[in-house]
Ligand binder design. Structure first.
Ligand code: PMP
Length: 379
């Protein structure tokens, strides 16, 4: 679908360096870029920076890129400003270079989605996702709505740990969604903001994305490292676009660079270096998976503690969805009035849709939340 994307023109300043790099002359001199160079014309790495880096890096690059699409150079990845920036850059690229402007988002979804996409000029529609009755997936509704979407429409899929509902499709359901979307030529745009938080495993949480990449078709993926590396303020993210051929991917990349150049030119490097260091070093990577699992496990334990406490208190209603839902959030089913009551009487704050962040809860605070929920639903 991106075959008609043309090569973007070089940036007038960066283009100087590109031309310089290509020039084979031994006398070449680059006076184009305003960056410090040594007497030998080399960039200067300060000693103090080198020392700091040694503390960060110890192993040579380890290759984790076993995806066939990556091996075939069909994936273009650009560093973006966390998850939000990755979505925004992807949306901007699609608005400029893709033939269909309609984008489907789940109902409900992360509150920022609609505006991020409309501000890029896309036209937002919703597909059914959540059933308040079962507090689970409205799978029939989802299939019907995507089934009647116009061919080529873009579809936002939460890769795992759906926000705000904590409800994900099963792998069988993902497979059906994949088949439907591919048969209708819908373009998948994954939003992966919580990889590692659904199951505690980075691999397992990438299963949905990998399923779509494995069939050889196109897709986009916006990744955030804010949560899974605890780097909220560093704004580290990536947008990947999987194309049909390496040649198309390279033209797509040239246009992505242009989109980024016009918005903020370049992303900051510090947080990204930390992430890159962890991803490249086998020991650090392993350590990351352990720390990530500990975060995911603590959240699961909070689910159990809250559920048990509500059971013990005899709170009316079925609260098993607290155990069933996954990731950072529980979509409690509490309504806006009940939420307002809990805030006023118990000083407990949450979004008015009744979503609670399980990551904000602790063994110490479970009893007060239990009392508040009990009072709110018994009112
Ligand atoms: N997508 C979803 C589903 C999210 O929940 C969030 C964060 N709340 C984001 C994207 C944005 O992530 P970031 O903070 O990395 O911009």
């Amino acid at each position: 679908v991106f075959a008609s994307v043309v090569q973007a023109p070089e940036d007038p300043i960066l283009g100087v360096t590109v031309a310089y790099n290509k020039d084979p002359s031994p006398h070449k001199l680059n006076l184009g870029v305003g960056a410090y160079r040594t007497e030998e014309g080399k960039p200067l790495v300060l000693n103090v920076v080198r020392k700091a880096e040694q503390l960060l890096v110890n192993d040579p690059l380890v290759n984790f890129g076993y995806s066939l699409a990556i091996q075939e150079n069909r994936v273009t990845t650009v560093q973006c400003l966390s998850g939000t920036g990755s979505l925004r850059v992807g949306a901007e690229f699609l608005a400029q270079h893709y033939h269909e402007r309609t984008i489907y988002i789940p109902q409900p979804t992360w509150g920022n989605h609609p505006e991020v996409f409309t501000s890029a000029g896309l036209s937002v529609k919703t597909y059914r996702y959540y059933s308040p009755n079962t507090r689970g997936l409205d799978f029939q509704g989802l299939l019907e709505d995507l089934g009647s979407a116009p061919a080529g429409a873009i579809v936002i899929l939460h890769a795992c740990a759906h926000n705000p509902t904590g409800v994900d499709p099963t792998s069988d359901q993902w497979e059906q969604i994949r088949q439907l979307m591919r048969s209708k030529g819908l373009l998948p745009f994954f939003d992966s903001a919580y990889q590692g938080f659904a199951s505690g495993s980075l691999d397992a949480d990438a299963a949905s994305v990998r399923m779509f990449v494995a069939d050889g078709g196109e897709c986009l993926a916006a990744q955030s490292y804010a949560k899974n590396m605890g780097l909220y303020g560093e704004r580290v993210g990536a947008l990947s676009i999987v194309c049909k051929t390496a040649e198309v991917a390279s033209r797509v990349e040239s246009q992505l660079k242009l989109v980024i150049r016009l918005m903020y030119s370049n992303p900051p490097i510090h947080g990204a270096s930390i992430v890159a260091t962890v991803l490249k070093d086998r020991d650090l990577y392993d350590e990351w998976t352990v720390e990530l699992k500990a975060m995911a496990d603590r959240i699961i334990s909070m689910r159990k503690q809250l559920y048990d406490a509500l059971q013990a208190r005899g709170t009316p209603g079925d609260w098993s969805h607290i155990l069933k839902q996954i990731g950072m959030f529980t979509f409690t089913g509490l309504n806006a009035n009940q939420v307002a009551f809990m805030t006023k009487e118990y000083h407990i704050y949450m979004t008015s849709d009744g979503r609670i962040s399980m990551a904000g809860l602790s063994t110490r605070t479970v009893p007060n939340l239990t009392e508040a929920i009990h009072a709110a639903v018994s009112n």
